[in-house]
Design a protein around this ligand. Structure first.
Ligand code: CA
Length: 234
């Protein structure tokens, strides 16, 4: 079942969206606050996101930006004011669509369905195109990364990684042998607004090692370059 995230602080609107989308066969998760909404949006577990612009905690513009740094999930902005639309257009935030309140629920459902169908088609085509393309797979000894599928195998066994662990591994594996500094990793995978600091990188490296290394204490894939960062052993 496709999952839709609603980030909306107006209870009545959120309820209306939830009711119509649930009736249309979608699984719906709703958040009424910008901070919680952003966290949900970045889990990568949704097929579409409906994003209100004016929210408590964090506004929709900055959530939109954070989503696009992570993934290409379809996002429909829900705006209360007419002048927001000019801002949306001007900012080029990468939203797929927008609706201005008040909107017709059937219009909403029709657009959601169109976006989800298009996105599914796109992702299917791109994984098909990438098969047989040498860039689509990275092999390092017993580790295999299938890029179009976002899958990682070690010694033939699939490893389950979070989006961030996967991106971290990919960042290193794209340049085997090259040292990537902690600063580069932090800047690339965590945005300025995120809670935490550079120590987060070491925490994630450690989690990643627990998942891909036979012996995380003496890693055969991710090597620490003391005082600098990490690299994939070649
Ligand atoms: Ca609002």
């Amino acid at each position: 079942m496709e999952r839709i995230l609603i980030i909306e602080d107006e209870e009545a609107i959120a309820q209306l969206e939830r009711d119509y989308l649930t009736l249309s066969g979608y699984e719906v998760v709703a958040e009424s606050d910008g901070v919680a909404g952003r966290q949900q949006a970045l889990t990568g577990e949704f097929d579409m996101i409906l994003l209100d612009l004016m929210l408590p905690g964090e506004d929709g513009f900055s959530i939109m930006e954070a989503i696009r740094q992570k993934c290409e999930v379809p996002v429909m902005l829900i705006s209360a004011k007419k002048d927001d639309i000019d801002k949306i257009r001007g900012l080029g935030l990468g939203a797929d669509d927008y609706l201005t309140k008040p909107f017709s629920p059937s219009e909403l459902v029709a657009r959601v369905k169109a976006h989800i169908d298009r996105y599914k088609k796109l992702t299917t085509i791109s994984s098909k195109d990438d098969t047989g393309n040498d860039d689509s797979e990275i092999r390092i000894r017993e580790m295999l990364i299938k890029k179009p599928l976002h899958e990682v195998y070690v010694a033939g066994k699939k490893v389950t990684l979070t989006v961030r662990e996967y991106e971290l591994l990919l960042m290193l594996a794209d340049k085997p042998g090259a040292t990537i500094t902690k600063e580069e990793i932090f800047e690339s995978l965590w945005d300025k607004n995120s809670i935490g600091d550079i120590k987060t990188v070491a925490v994630h490296i450690s989690r990643l090692r627990d998942k891909i290394e036979k012996d995380p204490a003496s890693p055969e894939y991710i090597e620490t370059v003391w005082g600098s960062g990490y690299r994939i052993k070649v």
